[in-house]
Design a protein around this ligand. Structure first.
Ligand code: PXL
Length: 279
């Protein structure tokens, strides 16, 4: 196994199984040293809970990054998720320049929208500011809604391969490098991941579980980044992350009281096996 040091920038939702509370354990299971920069602290995530508290940590970011720079602390990869403000996008772009070891990869999960709508905290200014961050990154992991926002395409619930190809072509024309487009299904009961890398497009189809679960984007992106840092190709990392995420959803779907996230912990032994079986 490689031993890479990653920086991940995303929020702490104290309750709700998303962002850092998901990324840290999953990346640890992948054997990755994970350093964190919390973008905000929320009492819960914003999708379904009401009355949550938010502490935006934008103002702390430049000093934290400056301290690391002074100490010569650099990373083998930087992975961003849910950010606390539009201003933070600029700070993250600075960190991509100043905190990377040579050859380190940047991974951006735009984490701003789903099912055709922006998350409550964001507006179009934020969505547009995400474009240069995504198009400057080595790997992006949008869902369909986010890919539409990045390309100014209309979001459709029903679509064909031609529509997806148009979105992928627009992302590439705008500068996207490796694209991991999640939640793309062409037939009932199936969904999948479109993987665009080095001018080649591949598709990994897998089972779609009827119930859409919150937090699966963060589970998926964290497992993808962990596998990528262990040397998996984009397609193999996309497949591993999909298989793990499906298992997390399967382990949650029968529990209606668990609407706010997935029981990703229950499948961590299998995630570890996916790495063991490869070694
Ligand atoms: O899972 C994405 C996410 C992360 N963090 C917060 C969120 C959401 C989605 O709604 O609200 C705070």
């Amino acid at each position: 196994m490689n031993y890479a040091r990653l920086l991940t920038v995303q929020d702490i939702s104290c309750v709700g199984q998303c962002s850092l509370t998901v990324a840290l354990p999953i990346l640890s299971a992948c054997g990755v040293e994970t350093c964190i920069l919390p973008s905000a602290v929320l009492s819960t995530h914003t999708a379904g809970f009401t009355g949550f508290t938010v502490r935006d940590l934008t103002a702390d970011m430049p000093a934290i990054a400056a301290h690391w720079q002074k100490e010569g602390i650099l990373f083998d990869g930087i992975y961003t998720g849910y950010l606390g403000s539009t201003e933070q996008i600029g700070y993250v772009q600075d960190m991509f320049r100043t905190l990377r070891k040579e050859g380190a990869k940047t991974f951006v999960d735009p984490a701003m929208a789903d099912n055709g709508v922006l998350y409550g905290a964001f507006d179009m200014t934020y969505a547009n500011a995400m474009k240069p961050l995504c198009f400057g990154a080595d790997v992006i992991l949008p869902n369909l809604t986010e890919a539409c926002l990045l390309t100014d395409m209309p979001y459709r619930e029903e679509y064909d391969e031609e529509y997806i190809t148009e979105i992928v072509d627009k992302l590439c024309a705008a500068g996207a490098k490796t694209i991991i487009l999640t939640g793309i299904g062409y037939q009932p009961g199936k969904t999948g991941v479109v993987v665009v890398d080095g001018g080649r497009t591949q598709y990994y189809e897998h089972r779609k579980i009827a119930k859409g679960c919150h937090g699966t984007g963060d589970v998926y992106a964290s497992a993808y980044v962990g596998a990528a840092l262990q040397g998996f190709t984009p397609y193999d990392a996309a497949k591993l992350a999909a298989d793990y995420t499906v298992r997390c959803i399967e382990n949650t779907q029968d529990d209606a009281s668990h609407w706010y996230g997935v029981k990703f912990e229950t499948a961590i032994p299998e995630l570890i096996d996916m790495f063991r079986n490869r070694a």
